[in-house]
Structure formats: C-alpha cells, structure tokens
Design a binder for this molecule. Structure first.
Ligand SMILES: NC(=O)C1=CN([C@@H]2O[C@H](COP(=O)(O)OP(=O)(O)OC[C@H]3O[C@@H](n4cnc5c(N)ncnc54)[C@H](O)[C@@H]3O)[C@@H](O)[C@H]2O)C=CC1
Ligand SMILES: O=C(CO)COP(=O)(O)O
Length: 336
C-alpha cells in the first residue's frame, strides 16, 4: 500500500515556529518552514540551524525552509501558524490563496486581535473562509527553549473536529512532547492569551521585589478571572484547569524564559514602556492583547481586576505603587 507522507508548512521561522517545526519533523512529518528573510531560509537549509533563535540546536534534516509561500504550502496536510497575533490578518490574507482544499490549519498563537476582539482561530476562519472544523489550536506549557532542549512537555490540541485533532496529535507526538486532544478551542485560546497578561503582572510583582506569596496570589486570582471570562464565552471550566489554562499559566509565570514575565519584570524594576519595549526582541503578546481582553471582559460583563490594572500600567496611567494598592484595596468578597 502507498503510504501518504504527512507534510507540514510552518509559518514562520521564529522561536515557537522553529520549535514546533522540530517537533513535527521528529514525529516523522516532513516540514517546510516559511521564513520572511532569504538568509534565514538559506541558513536553515545549509546548516540545519536557526542561529537567531537556537544557535546550539541541530534541526532534523527532514526540515527545510523557503521564502516562497506557494512552495511551502504545495501539498501541505497542515499549515502551522506562528506569527504575532496582531499581524495574522494581513499576513494570512497574502498566504491564503495558496492553501489547499484539505489543509488543516494549526494555530500556535496566544493573542487576541485588537479592535475585533477575535481569537486567532476566528481571524483564520474569517480571513480564509475555511470552516472552523479545519482549524485547530495547539496550546499549553511550552516554553520553546525547553522544548528545543528535548525536555518532556505536554500540550493540548483543540479542534471542533476530533478526527482532525487526532491527526495533528499524531503529527506532533514525540518522545518529549505528549499532545492531548480537546474540542474546546475557545478555552484553549483564552487560556493562552490571558496567561500572558497574568505573567506580565507576576513579572511586575517580581521586579518590585515581591515574593512567592504575592506571585501565587496573582497566579491563582489570575486563573479565577481567566476562567470567568472563558466560561462566559462558552469554554468548559475543565480546560482552564488543564494544560492550556493552569499548566501554561504556571510555566509562563514561573520562568525567566517567558518574554511576557520578563517584560513585566522590566516594568517592575522601573523601566518605562519605551525602555521595556527596546529591551525586548521577540513577540510579547500580552502587551498588545491586554486591551483586547479587557474589551471582551466588558462585552461579557466579567470582572478582570488584574488584567485591568496591568492594562493601566501598560498605558502608563498609574504608577507601580498605585497599581499594587488598587488591587489590594478592592472590597473584600468571598473567594470565587
Ligand atoms: N516562544 C514560545 O515559547 C511560545 C510562543 N507562543 C506563541 O507563538 C506566537 C509566535 O511567537 P514566537 O515564535 O515566540 O515569536 P518570535 O518573535 O520568536 O517570532 C515571530 C515570527 O513571526 C515573524 N513575524 C514577525 N512579524 C511579522 C509580521 N508582521 N508578519 C509576518 N510574520 C511576522 C517573524 O519573522 C518571526 O519568524 C505568539 O503568539 C506566541 O504567544 C506559544 C507558545 C510558546
Ligand atoms: O507561551 C509560552 C509558554 O507556553 C511562552 O510565553 P512567552 O510568550 O511569555 O515567552
């Protein structure tokens, strides 16, 4: 019997795109990375490394790169999208004509679009016209650097079509990555987007010199407000207690590898937004998504005090001390 060789196109060759490209290649999938810059594609093809992100890690030789979106997408079973959430709409519109009729799209993005308030999977269906059952999301506690080092991790793959979720699961199951399936796309995406804002808060607290009690308070109450929003938008509460909720929140809020947490730490040390931005090279989704998440909270009549105060800090409307006391001086209430 002729065995179909599974192929994935990964757009683009940033930190998480490269890591997921490696995962899929290690799982036996042929991978073509789409890089915007020719020199990155050439370097991946000739040295099997992506030196701008992971100079020390050799990539599997079944992973190649191109700058040509049509070539990358030709015959692809999966289109894996890993670019900044706010650039998704424009970038995807240019790539969409090359997407095949059976290609399943896998979103790795953890952000909410400013203005529309849409989750990445919703932007994808809107821009491409591809039905939701062909769009999956992969989320969870997955700091790219640890995955590239081959450390054990798990992720959730959510898609309304369970069969599609299983296909993605098979295409990225390796000895170091254990993917679970789910149908709760909303819960997975909101868990991933809101944890970035909570990680900013934890980083800010850490930068201000606060210890683990304060940080645990923000993580726990952060999970409470994430769950409130997600369930109001139709998510299953168990998803928020799972890998794409609590799991990712704990990893991101604990790790110095997190860009969001690190950005928060810069602010907590007293940097201005301009200084913290200048000190940050890679995508920091929470900085952009905080405002969009707050708009969703307002639309669904959900209280999100931590997101609200982080958003005010990001807009430089309050000082660090004002932010801390605003949270602590909220009216006492039952724990929910
Ligand atoms: N790095 C990580 O550990 C993880 C990241 N993510 C998510 O993956 C997504 C991508 O993040 P990273 O790969 O970490 O970011 P990154 O900053 O390392 O890479 C972003 C990639 O997108 C490309 N890009 C940048 N601006 C673009 C634009 N305007 N149009 C098209 N392409 C553009 C860049 O060339 C680069 O290849 C984010 O939503 C992030 O939340 C999710 C899990 C883990
Ligand atoms: O999503 C992540 C880990 O799961 C990465 O977090 P940062 O984007 O804050 O680095």
């Amino acid at each position: 019997m002729n065995q179909h060789h599974v192929r994935a196109a990964v757009f683009s060759a940033g930190s998480w795109g490269t890591a997921v490209g490696k995962i899929m290649a290690d799982a036996g999938t042929s991978v073509i990375m789409h890089a915007r810059r020719g020199e990155i594609a050439d370097t991946i093809n000739t040295t099997h490394r992506n030196p701008g992100y992971f100079p020390d890690v050799e990539l599997p030789h079944t992973l190649t790169a191109t700058t040509d979106p049509a070539a990358a997408l030709d015959g692809a079973d999966f289109l894996v999208l890993s670019i900044p959430a706010q650039s998704l709409r424009t970038s995807l519109a240019a790539w969409a004509p090359h997407i095949g009729p059976d290609t399943v799209i896998v979103s790795l993005m953890k952000g909410i679009e400013i203005g529309s308030g849409l989750r990445a999977s919703q932007v994808i269906t809107e821009v491409t016209g591809i039905p939701a059952y062909r769009v999956a999301v992969l989320s969870g506690p997955n700091l790219a650097g640890e995955i590239m080092a081959g450390q054990p991790a798990a992720a959730t793959i959510a898609c309304p079509d369970e069969d599609a979720a299983h296909r993605v699961q098979r295409a990225c199951h390796t000895p170091y990555l254990r993917p679970y399936t789910s149908t709760d796309v909303t819960g997975c995406e909101l868990g991933g987007a809101v944890k970035n804002v909570i990680a900013l808060a934890v980083g800010i607290a850490d930068g201000m010199g606060m210890g683990h009690n304060s940080q645990a308070m923000l993580i726990t109450r952060g999970l409470a407000e994430t769950t409130r929003l997600a369930t109001a938008m139709g998510a299953h509460p168990a998803t928020l207690a799972g890998l794409a909720g609590l799991g990712d929140l704990v990893a991101t809020c604990s790790s110095p590898l997190s860009r969001n947490r690190t950005f928060g730490t810069h602010l907590g040390h007293g940097m201005t937004m301009a200084e913290a931005t200048a000190a940050t090279r890679q995508t920091t989704e929470g900085v952009k998504s905080a405002e969009a998440i707050l708009a969703l909270a307002a639309a669904h009549d959900v209280e999100m005090p931590i997101t609200e105060i982080v958003s005010e800090l990001l807009r430089e409307k309050v000082t660090l001390d004002q932010a801390a006391s605003a949270l602590m001086q909220r009216p006492p209430k039952p724990e929910r």
